[in-house]
Design a protein around this ligand. Structure first.
Ligand code: SF4
Length: 930
């Protein structure tokens, strides 16, 4: 052999290495899960029908000159998701339990056998208890396949769907109470415009990995970053200032900042007069807003008044934010003649706010929140002088008095004129802007013409309503359709389902775990709310009708539920004759189900992710490979079930049921009806129909189709369309600008969708007055779980999207790979707890065991249990939810008041998991976990 040939032969390993990086094709991919806002475009590489790797596409274009683009969107979970595609927990075939629920013994069955059992159980339920006894647990997982397609047959039958807002408790009740919307969402690139960014009740270093670079870039651009948190959080590490706040005292801090802003003359008075209700007059005798009905016999409930300082008289408040020549007084006391002739004293709501803030001088507030008075003053001055965004997370909403914290935080923004302009405001979550998802199922036939006709009909309804009040915005009118629809059931507030069917009644009536300011029992408040019709249509199934068939499609109820397995396995599980889990992996809920159906995973089906304002792109997750084993997309599973239901209905001669509207629903033609005569039976066909419809509604450029989406993998939205959450963004969507919500309020003077048409800080609902919460106030969190010395906080884990990535071997290698409880080093030493050893966590509810992670980053008295771990990762499958009571705040049952009414995804009680009280001790055997 020549020297050259020898050299070539010695380098054969290079070819082998090159061979590793060969692929046959590349597809667009993403991960349509609740890593909100998701939408990271990926390239997925396939070889011999197997996904061999994925990587960030990094193909986003620059939107606004001078603002960094969104590349390279992605995270470590996404970069290794293909490991789970072929992981050991994949469900590859329909499974039927062979032992008791949760025993872990399974039998592989055919699709036909599984679907026949499910269809018969559903038909039994329809015949014996009604459609509402079939319950789908709401979940945000799974993109369009799950949100729009997986439940099509259940929705057609009129099954109950629990509202995801309570299921995931990512609601911001204080934002909703203030703005009539909980969901202002700036695009992530708009963070770049902020001069001051407050990371408050949030940990974006864990929860917003793809967008975190905007914090770094904003800082490089001159922004200052302040982190306000009880612990020295992973996000605090990268900020300019860390403000440690005592757990649950954020309202005291915010209210004290408000006090400083007012006292030091830093308030933006014009903004407050125009944008807020603080200039509206309130009766001194009963604390209610002065209304037209007070002044005139038969007057309106929703016409309010202000004192015009220029004219020196009480006048009707405009129904929009356009004050014209009016100058609402913020101070003073006035008298009006009531309808019965009596003189009534009235004061601007701002006067009452000033009185409330008397309790929050920085020195007093410091005693409550633990922040030094000078730091409070300094923070207040900074916010008042800079374009400020508060990067709020969802920790506040998960706190018992989180609504008060959020209302106080919004007040800081209001007093400083900090919304409705780039770089200012706050944030939550929203989905929408893919209206085709809403239209396809209601169309009589496929095609764009049918969509245009539906749009026309909806517009006629909206216009008819607007003819009665021209100041009503599209957002208000479409929301009103949502309020009306809520009375018909279907999607229902999960809390009422839990109360009547899942054993929470007893827990919520524990006065020692509840709010000490409650004057009555939880039962009494609920009874009054029901008697007044505030939750009409919201109790499904009715209290005397047990749930019969339960579907969990892509979610993981037994991990996620506060108070979790302890209550659900005891109260809900025995009532259900059949529990069906549809998933690509075996979750804890799957392990306790009767039947598990295998769903296709991300790279195995055509799908679209959330349509969120954060990214303003529709992102395609395409079918790169065929589904593993016998897995099917959610749409195909749904259609197989529809066919089987019709087959079994015919065999049982049970051919029709009646809808809640009294119209007939045929059971023998479900497949044909859902697929519009078979035209939309294919995944690509139904999704293409949605894309085309979405182009008709204006969310996407004209002519966009699934095929054009396949060219680029993503498409920037061109308009908000018709969905309520999209319209709630209330700003023009411009092709070459970042998005900041509420510019329609500041620039066009459009009203907020609240009772008073203003950002509403004064809530004169009778229950709010009873609770002393008509204005924001600080209240201590109740002793949920009992009188114990530690308060537990939580948060989104760094290592997983919920529990989905907890078994990914690559990710497991990046941390301890098991659940841990973060304990302050001083607390640990005082109790003899060592890092890496097990601790027992206990309270009046129950106990659980977890490994301790000792760190000075956690404040004394605080414990952090990041969420997302599967219960089966804990000893005896008892995870942290085992010691959570799962309380809700009684005041969120209030209704019948302007915007404080239920519609899907909005105002409702949501479960609390922050500041649960526990104690800890070394576990008895002291052994390391696992
Ligand atoms: Fe992006 Fe979510 Fe995928 Fe991570 S898991 S890369 S955040 S889409």
């Amino acid at each position: 052999m020549s020297a050259r040939a020898r050299r070539r032969s010695n380098r054969a390993w290079e070819d082998k290495y090159r061979d590793v990086w060969r692929w046959d094709r590349v597809a667009w991919g993403s991960h349509c899960v609740d890593c909100y806002p998701s939408n990271c475009p990926y390239r997925v590489y396939v070889r011999d029908g197997v996904v061999v790797r994925e990587e960030q596409a990094a193909t986003f274009e620059t939107v606004e000159e001078g603002v960094p683009d969104m590349n390279p969107a992605g995270c470590q979970k996404g970069a290794s998701w293909s490991q789970l595609l072929y992981g050991q927990e994949r469900v590859l075939y329909p499974l039927r339990r062979a032992g008791e629920r949760g025993e872990g013994r399974w039998r592989r069955v055919s699709w036909d056998e599984a679907l026949t059992e499910i269809a018969d159980a559903m038909l039994d339920a329809l015949q014996e208890s009604g459609a509402e006894s079939i319950v789908r647990i709401g979940t945000p997982q799974g993109g369009v396949q799950n949100m729009a397609l997986a439940g099509a047959v259940l929705s057609r039958l009129g099954a109950t769907v629990t509202d995801i807002q309570a299921e995931i408790n990512d609601f911001n009740p204080g934002l909703y109470a203030t703005f009539g919307r909980f969901d202002p969402v700036p695009s992530s690139d708009d963070w770049f415009h902020s001069e001051l960014l407050l990371i408050w009740a949030n940990n974006p270093a864990y929860s917003a990995i793809p967008w975190y670079h905007y914090l770094v870039e904003a800082r490089y651009h001159g922004s200052e970053i302040v982190t306000i948190a009880p612990d020295y959080s992973p996000s605090a590490v990268h900020g300019d200032q860390f403000v440690p706040v005592r757990i649950g005292s954020d309202a005291a801090l915010a209210l004290s900042m408000c006090r400083v802003i007012i006292d030091e003359g830093l308030m933006d008075e014009a903004f407050v007069r125009e944008q807020t209700d603080l200039g509206l007059l309130v009766r001194a005798d009963n604390g209610r807003f002065l209304r037209q009905r007070d002044l005139q016999e038969g007057g309106s409930e929703s016409v309010f008044y202000l004192f015009d300082a220029r004219a020196g008289q009480v006048v009707e408040a405009p129904r929009t934010l356009d004050l014209g020549a009016l100058e609402p007084a913020l101070e003073g006391s006035y008298h009006v003649a009531a309808a019965d002739g009596a003189a009534v004293e009235v004061v601007p709501a701002f006067v009452l706010l000033r009185r409330r803030l008397e309790d929050y001088a920085p020195e007093d507030a410091s005693a409550l929140c633990g922040v030094h008075p000078e730091t409070i003053r300094d923070l207040a001055r900074k916010v008042a002088s800079r374009r400020t965004r508060i990067l709020l997370g969802w920790t506040t909403g998960k706190s018992y008095h989180g609504d008060l914290m959020e209302r106080a935080i919004c007040l800081v923004l209001a007093l400083t004129g900090n919304w409705g302009k780039k770089g200012a405001g706050t944030r939550s979550w929203a989905v929408g802007m893919f209206d085709g998802m809403l239209f396809w199922s209601g169309k009589p036939q496929p095609g764009e013409e049918a969509t245009r006709e539906m749009l026309q009909r909806q517009q006629e309804m909206v216009d008819a309503q607007r003819s009665q009040d021209p100041t009503l915005t599209d957002e208000m009118l479409i929301a009103e359709l949502g309020y009306m629809g809520a009375h018909l059931g279907g999607t229902v507030p999960a809390a009422l389902f839990w109360y009547y069917h899942c054993g929470y009644r007893e827990v919520w009536n524990r006065s020692d775990w509840g709010d000490p300011s409650m004057r009555r029992t939880f039962d009494e408040y609920l009874r009054e709310a029901m008697e007044k019709g505030w939750w009409q249509g919201s109790v499904q199934p009715p209290p005397d009708t047990p749930p019969r068939v339960i579907f969990e499609i892509g979610g993981n109820l037994l991990r996620r539920q506060r108070g979790g397995q302890r209550l659900l396995l005891r109260h809900l599980w025995p009532k259900a004759r059949l529990i069906v889990s549809v998933d690509w992996r075996m979750s804890t809920t799957g392990l306790y189900s009767d039947i598990v159906l295998p769903a296709a995973q991300h790279y195995e089906k055509t799908n679209f992710c959330f349509m969120a304002p954060d990214v303003l792109n529709l992102t395609l997750s395409d079918r790169a490979v065929s589904p593993s084993g016998e897995a099917r997309s959610e749409w195909q599973i749904n259609l197989m079930l529809a066919k089987k239901l019709s087959e079994r209905a015919k065999a049982r001669n049970f051919l029709e049921i009646t809808s809640v509207l009294g119209t007939p629903i045929r059971l023998d033609t479900l497949y044909e009806d859902i697929t519009l005569g078979g035209a939309l039976a294919d995944d690509d066909a139904v999704i293409d129909e949605m894309v085309r419809d979405t182009a008709v509604t204006g969310n996407l450029p004209p002519g966009t189709t699934l095929e054009t989406m396949r060219q680029k993998g993503w498409m920037r939205f061109t308009g908000w369309g018709r969905s309520p959450m999209a319209l709630a963004q209330a700003s023009d969507l411009r092709p070459n600008e970042t998005h900041s919500p509420f510019r329609w309020q500041t620039e066009k003077k459009q009203p907020f969708p609240t009772l008073t048409r203003r950002a509403q800080f004064y809530i004169d609902h009778e229950w709010f007055l009873e609770a002393g919460e008509e204005l924001p106030v600080h209240k201590e969190a109740p002793a949920q779980g009992g009188d114990y010395p530690f308060e537990v906080t939580s948060g989104h884990p760094r290592w997983s999207v919920n529990a989905m990535n907890m078994t990914n071997r690559i990710i497991l290698g990046t941390y301890r790979g098991l659940p841990t409880l973060y304990v302050n080093d001083g607390d640990a030493a005082a109790r003899g707890i060592k890092d890496g050893r097990d601790v027992r966590v206990f309270n009046d509810v129950s106990s659980m065991v977890v490994q301790a992670r000792v760190t000075p980053a956690v404040r004394p008295g605080q414990l952090i249990m990041y969420n997302g771990f599967e219960p089966y990762q804990f000893e005896g499958w008892q995870d942290f939810s085992n010691v959570e009571p799962g309380m809700v705040k009684w005041l969120h049952l209030a209704g019948g008041y302007g915007h404080l009414r239920y519609r899907a995804l909005h105002w409702q009680p949501i479960p609390i998991d922050r500041a649960v009280r526990v104690d800890i001790a070394p576990a008895e055997d002291g052994a390391a976990s696992h």
